[in-house]
Design a protein around this ligand. Sequence first.
Ligand code: SAH
Length: 469
Amino acid sequence: MEQYKKNDIIVVFVEDMGADGEGIGKINGFPFFIKDALIGDTVEARVTKVKRNYAYARLEKVMTPSSFRTEPVCAFHRQCGGCQIQALDYREQLRFKQDKVRNNLIRIGGFEPALIDRIMEPIVGMEDSFHYRNKAQFPIGTDRDGNPVAGFYAGRTHSIIANTDCALGVKENQLILETILDYMRENHVSAYDETTGRGLVRHVLIRKGFATDELMVCVIINGTKLPAEEKLVSTLSRIENMTSLSVNVNTENTNVIMGKKLRTLWGSDTITDRLGDISFRISPLSFYQVNPVQTQKLYGLAVEYAGLIGQESVWDLYCGIGTISLFMARKAKCVYGVEVIPQAIEDAKQNAELNGITNAQFFVGKAEEVLPEYYDATGDVTGVSDGMRHPDVIVVDPPRKGCDEKCLETMLRMQPDRIVYVSCDSATLARDLKTLCAGGYELRRVRAVDQFPQTVHVETVVLLQRKDM
Ligand code: SAH
């Protein structure tokens, strides 16, 4: 076989896309991974790294563009790396994601293609696949002329490219950022420089409640106070719908954006948003889903799959701030949420109270520890009800690494009628479904939801039913 080496120029037809959106083209069966090359392109590329069974190459020129190519909305999409597949037509993005979930279920989960094709519903896309993010965190830096800039880190680096108009964000971002940059210039306020650890302004966090229009701005600083704070407050607070202005102190030399200390400069400490008929109070430090439109669809499906009629006991594992728990609580007898981050559980409890929901209980801890603790509690330990030990439904929404084995094993011992699995990584989803199906469950429904258009990420919701039912 022909040997390739670094800097070789190849011409190749891109026949597939990998999990990270990179184009895959083969020459005599030998695959090349080419970032920014799209399915259907014929490209010229320069080999950058050769491995035994595959190689990486950098896109040099699109010779014949794919019919799925579309004019990218953002001029920086290749440098930024946030929107890996922005140059791909949105309908094709959806097909890519649908296929990715389907293939993982078949390849990793071991499910029959015919079964998947029979039960998998079409992916839920967005009407407007831009401007969907309710939250943005812009790093602040200094350009060559010494002016403050806001933008994004160039892919995999920490140098900032100026762009105040991210296509995924809300239109208000630009005005807010320009207002802050003007204030910095006029008052000689420095931007943080992470190589020296000097300078003041590190990041700007902007959030918008999509249902309420409320706006929140938090300036993250390497210090405790902004000079001429009142000047910034007076201009920012005049922006329509501004609700909360704060500073966050982060003096650590770290990649973590937010520090622990918060000080409200103006307005309210929080903003409020609604998903369906549930209200959420959000502080600059709170976790909150970034695409509320799709979140509502995704969790709406989870509630539908749970098949609640009002009598059920439900565990919501990996519950975060309790979004799913609160949706379910409206339709179930009681819901038990488990989450490892104590602050998220505080938020969940507050959100329950804010909405007058009294049939949801929340526990701090690891799902794989809390669940067996309740299931194995013997006799009549106070606080452990029958519904906790024998729930009708278990919902899980784990992080990318999926569920812990001990968690899956306990779920199987509990034998709920239904398991609803919400996943942000279809590979670990498929792995976990294999375990659950081997343990007596049957795959009944599958649907992908596009929470992050223009990126390669895809969410999936699955219904499993106990086989003997
Ligand atoms: N449905 C939630 C989001 C779930 S994201 C919401 O809408 O808020 C996954 C969550 O799992 C995160 O909040 C993360 O902190 C939590 N987590 C991670 N590992 C965990 C574990 N072992 N046990 C319980 N929760 C865990």
